[in-house]
Write a protein that binds this ligand. Sequence first.
Ligand SMILES: [Zn+2]
Length: 87
Amino acid sequence: MKTFWHEFLSVRRALRQNIELRSKRGLWLIGDDGHTMDREKAINVFMDTLAAGIEYLPLSNKPCEGWSDKTGCPGHARKDTGEDESP
Ligand SMILES: [Zn+2]
């Protein structure tokens, strides 16, 4: 058996990266208008997200059994078929 994890984002790490970023362009966030958010706006969104008690955001649109906003994807056991596939 192998374990796989759904992709997810650490809000804390993304916030830190945006704070450390020298460029005005933000990383990781696309606004409702489809454009990359500027750095200040992205920092505020990540701060609001952390203030709401959310540490991790899912990046996969596939269902994740056991997902937690505090710990992310718990990892899932799968049979070792020798193929690299996710459910
Ligand atoms: Zn998962």
